[in-house]
Write a protein that binds this ligand. Structure first.
Ligand SMILES: NC(=O)c1ccc[n+]([C@@H]2O[C@H](COP(=O)([O-])OP(=O)(O)OC[C@H]3O[C@@H](n4cnc5c(N)ncnc54)[C@H](OP(=O)(O)O)[C@@H]3O)[C@@H](O)[C@H]2O)c1
Length: 333
């Protein structure tokens, strides 16, 4: 049987709010989708496709990738490219696609870091893998202390000038380096669009200066692992389900050892607060981040479209009473 051609939901732009990224012209969906996990060659391509199409049908216009998402490295971009080719051809201009370089990608000294050599060749490779002419945002994935920041920022500036990226961003930079990056990019005439930083109820680092720096310069933040990789959901309350990220022996950043008694107790207590708000814990964890307007978008992952739909529901209630906020802080202490 010939598969019917994909037609996006006609009401897709009525489902999710769009928030301005700092003082730029760019609006991001309050919830964006990241393809770090669940889009590699070891994953089920039909499921990956279903997640991306469900996202777009629900107003998620922003898809975040990096050169080394997979496994194997590069395969998430290739698979996303296949999804684009087969389903999204008429819709490229409705999508905001990002990629990054900074961590290890290929062997040798030019496949890692912040050099102009690495960033420019990696961006070229990402475009080829995805089959697109430009990415909307290209990030320096991390600060490389061995490379002058000017060199890394000039590489981003050059990619923008060449039309290979429309906007520049950084990820995992300290507040001080972020401030410097903003100044360098401004002086080059390629404004700094956005910082991609790890932030959740369990990881509060951006509160130690980064969010203030971004606010001061009127720049946006997109926050990754907002569910602490699935910890801030109800999935681990009754044990570690098969197929979950913590059960996956190859998962480098979340494993059984991370689910301590203390974490579990916090999750259970937070889940009760979420229930009182008529939200799932995942929704409350995302709403809690979105209540801060320096957070332009929460960058979630999902291993199924059901999870994605559940998480998107966060946008329906981002108001918190003082009592709820205090109760949450007490649990998190
Ligand atoms: N810039 C950087 O250095 C950097 C680093 C990491 C990530 N990122 C970006 O951030 C994106 C998101 O990161 P993340 O995947 O760690 O985010 P996350 O949203 O904190 O975690 C996603 C995982 O949580 C579980 N989950 C999601 N929604 C759920 C729900 N409603 N109910 C129950 N479980 C749910 C799923 O895990 P299961 O697989 O267990 O079902 C899912 O794969 C990445 O794809 C990437 O684009 C960037």
């Amino acid at each position: 049987m010939i598969k019917p051609k994909y037609l996006p939901a006609a009401d897709r732009y009525e489902k999710i709010p769009y928030r301005r990224c700092g003082n730029s012209g760019v609006l991001l969906p309050a919830v964006s989708l990241g393809l770090w996990h669940n889009f590699g060659n070891t994953d089920n391509f039909e499921n990956s496709t279903d997640i991306v199409l469900t996202a777009f049908d629900n107003g998620i216009t922003h898809f975040d990738l990096a050169n080394n998402y997979g496994p194997p490295y590069g395969s998430a971009e290739e698979n996303f490219g296949r999804i684009l080719k087969h389903n999204f051809k008429p819709y490229r201009d409705e999508l905001l696609i990002s990629s990054k370089a900074g961590y290890d990608m290929w062997p040798g000294p030019y496949g890692i870091g912040g050099s102009r050599k690495y960033l420019i060749s990696s961006c070229e490779q990402s475009l080829k893998r995805m089959g697109i002419e430009y990415v909307d945002i290209f990030y320096s994935h991390r600060m490389d202390n061995e490379t002058p920041l000017e060199e890394t920022m000039m590489a981003l500036d050059q990619l923008v000038r060449q039309g290979k990226a429309l906007y520049a961003g950084v990820s995992n930079y300290s507040p001080e380096k972020t401030e410097q990056a903003i100044k360098i990019l401004d002086s080059l005439g390629t404004p700094f669009l956005i910082h991609q930083t790890k932030y959740s109820m369990f990881v509060r680092t951006p509160e130690d200066g980064l969010l203030n720096t971004l606010k001061k310069h009127n720049k946006g933040a997109i926050v990754f692992s907002p569910l602490a990789q699935g910890l801030l959901t109800d999935k681990y309350i009754n044990g570690i389900p098969e197929g979950s990220r913590a059960a996956n022996k190859n998962s480098r950043f979340l494993n059984k050892e991370n689910i301590t008694e203390d974490i579990l107790l916090k999750i259970k207590k937070l889940n009760i607060v979420a229930q009182k708000r008529n939200q799932s814990l995942a929704q409350m964890a995302l709403s809690w981040l979105l209540r801060n307007d320096t957070v332009t978008s929460v960058l979630i992952g999902a291993s199924s479209s059901e999870q994605l739909l559940n998480s998107i529901g966060a946008v329906n209630n981002i108001e918190f009473s003082e009592t709820e906020l205090t109760e949450i802080e007490t649990i998190l202490k």
